[in-house]
Design a protein around this ligand. Structure first.
Ligand SMILES: [Ca+2]
Ligand SMILES: [Ca+2]
Ligand SMILES: [Ca+2]
Length: 219
């Protein structure tokens, strides 16, 4: 019994040890990244200092470039930069976040939550896609922005072109306003339009539509 308890104790402490090791390793990585980016050494990162990180780190924007292939790499980088600052600073209301300076702790929290975690990484990507269409940055897509969003599905080089699951444009549009716009204000927030963004961006429109239809039938 005592031996078993000892073994259990050893097992638990090695799990804790591993966790601590991983945690410390991530912290050290953040510290190195931060030090390299903080060119003026004032202990905070401005937008320009962070931009260097985004530029050199494809993980932050390449997914966006692949999925929205009409956007230039520079545009994708600037979208990712905007989302990073919003998430790291906690100021998601448009322009205000852009003046924020990011501390090492904020950078670390952003990395662990949105880069080193698969689910968080997906959330980060969804936010980038959303921001690509929320051109005025007011956190919802108005009718003009929704029109641009719909272009993704219907442009001549769209991966959905000729896909039988893709409904006619006006039907998809109707679907968005009738089924996804939960509070019927003709403004689509990320949480309302997410089902069209999910997956590796919008691959499964009909599936998303079915899901929402099933959900609304079940309610
Ligand atoms: Ca600085
Ligand atoms: Ca908008
Ligand atoms: Ca709405």
């Amino acid at each position: 019994m005592i031996i078993e308890l000892c073994l259990l104790g050893a097992g638990l402490s090695s799990v804790a040890g591993l966790y601590k090791y991983k945690h410390n390793k991530q912290r050290k990585e953040t510290a190195i990244i931060f030090k390299n980016l903080d060119k003026d050494g004032n202990g905070e990162l401005t937008m320009n200092e962070l931009a260097e990180w985004v530029k050199s780190n494809g993980q932050l924007w390449a997914m966006l470039a692949v999925n929205l292939n009409n956007l230039s790499e520079e545009k994708c980088q600037s979208i990712a930069l905007g989302v990073i600052i919003e998430l790291a600073s906690g100021k998601v209301d448009g322009e205000k976040g852009m003046d924020s300076e990011i501390t090492e702790k904020q950078l670390h929290d952003f990395r662990t939550k949105y880069l080193l975690d698969a689910k968080g990484n997906q959330e980060f990507f969804h936010r980038c896609v959303f921001k690509a269409f929320d051109e005025d940055g007011n956190q919802y897509l108005d009718e003009q922005e929704i029109d641009n969003f719909l272009n993704v599905f219907y442009e001549s080089d769209s991966i959905f072109k000729g896909d039988a699951r893709l409904p006619p444009r006006n039907e998809l549009r109707k679907f968005i306003y009738e089924k996804l716009d939960e509070n019927n204000d003709k403004k689509l927030e990320l949480k309302e339009i997410r089902s069209l963004i999910t997956g590796s961006a919008i691959h499964k429109v009909s599936e998303a539509m079915n899901k929402v239809t099933e959900k609304s039938l079940a309610e």
